[in-house]
Write a protein that binds this ligand. Structure first.
Ligand code: NAD
Length: 280
């Protein structure tokens, strides 16, 4: 079975767009990109395009790669106190002269639609309800739920330990009763974890890291990885789809799986932020 994130995200975005038509004002997302990293600008442009499609107002800041950390902190301060803005998204990674943790910490937890702030991650880790769940893990949870894939009491292997994917996703799954292993580049014998897992979620960015020998026949695989090919084109995933798809129970493809679900989850969070502020 193919876990079709493209189709599901279209339904979610359609519902978001219909709901926005009933509101007094448009939700508003501030999108900040510092520098000219190719992949980051592709992601940011997709997010801005989707905002337009669902009628979320986006305020776009495409800033020079030398933009100063103190100026970025000031900009976030202004956006935090701007009543029109419901969500603030700072595209990662930031240039090395900027302290990412400092920037994320500055975003108000109530506008942190990416869900990376210490407040939101802390609430999640303490099995409390954060203001926002991080977009990629939320998109993955929505995908699993849509296909009625139970996570309670399942063995789940996540190959990624970042705050963008692996850590919050592990907490979300744990909070729902899954047994979770987090693997990463220092993990020895990755197959010991993947072969015993009911669900494998991979987000390494290593092209075709996993072939069919990593999965048991009942496995469900979620591919988050986006791998660059020589011509800078962003395609393909961590999982060798051709070799794996017919040998396991279900798989989410790249493209058309987690990518569109991440964007749908971001729009969902922005609308949620608007509704919580405005009681519309
Ligand atoms: P990251 O570099 O912070 O994390 C990469 C992870 O992969 C780390 O945990 C690292 O230890 C692990 N890893 C690397 N090589 C490995 C190997 N050989 N074996 C086992 N583990 C290995 O990156 P990130 O920001 O967390 O993103 C990870 C990937 O997911 C990237 O390809 C990124 O483009 C993609 N991503 C996709 C979406 C989406 O919406 N589809 C969203 C976020 C991230």
């Amino acid at each position: 079975m193919i876990l079709d994130g493209k189709k599901l995200s279209k339904n979610i975005l359609n519902n978001i767009s219909l709901e926005i038509k009933t509101l007094k004002n448009k939700p508003c997302l501030a999108v900040i990109l510092v520098g000219d990293d190719y992949a980051s600008s592709v992601y940011v442009n997709k997010k801005i395009k989707t905002c337009n499609e669902v009628d979320i107002k986006s305020i776009d800041y495409k800033l020079d790669k030398n933009y100063k950390e103190e100026d970025l902190l000031k900009l976030i301060d202004e956006l935090n106190s701007n009543d029109e803005v419901n969500g603030i998204l700072v595209q990662l990674p930031l240039p090395v002269h900027i302290d990412t943790k400092k920037i994320i910490k500055k975003i108000s937890a109530k506008k942190d639609v990416d869900g990376f702030s210490p407040t939101n991650l802390g609430l999640l880790l303490s099995n409390d309800t954060p203001y926002f769940y991080p977009a990629t893990p939320l998109g993955i949870m929505m995908l699993l739920e849509h296909y009625n894939i139970e996570v309670k009491a399942k063995n789940i292997c996540i190959i990624n330990d970042s705050i963008i994917v692996g850590r919050p996703l592990a907490a979300m799954l744990l909070n729902k009763g899954a047994s979770v292993s987090i693997c990463h580049k220092l993990t020895k014998n990755l197959k010991d974890y993947t072969l015993n897992a009911d669900i494998i979620i991979s987000a390494t960015g290593v092209l075709h890291l996993l072939d069919d020998s990593f999965f048991n026949e009942n496995a469900i695989a979620i591919d988050v990885g986006i791998c660059k090919k020589e011509n800078n084109k962003l395609i393909s995933g961590d999982i060798n789809y051709e070799k794996v798809a017919n040998k396991i129970k279900a798989i989410s493809p790249v493209p058309g799986g987690v990518g569109p679900m991440t964007i749908a989850a971001l729009m969902f969070n922005t609308l949620k932020s608007y509704k919580e502020k405005n009681n519309d």
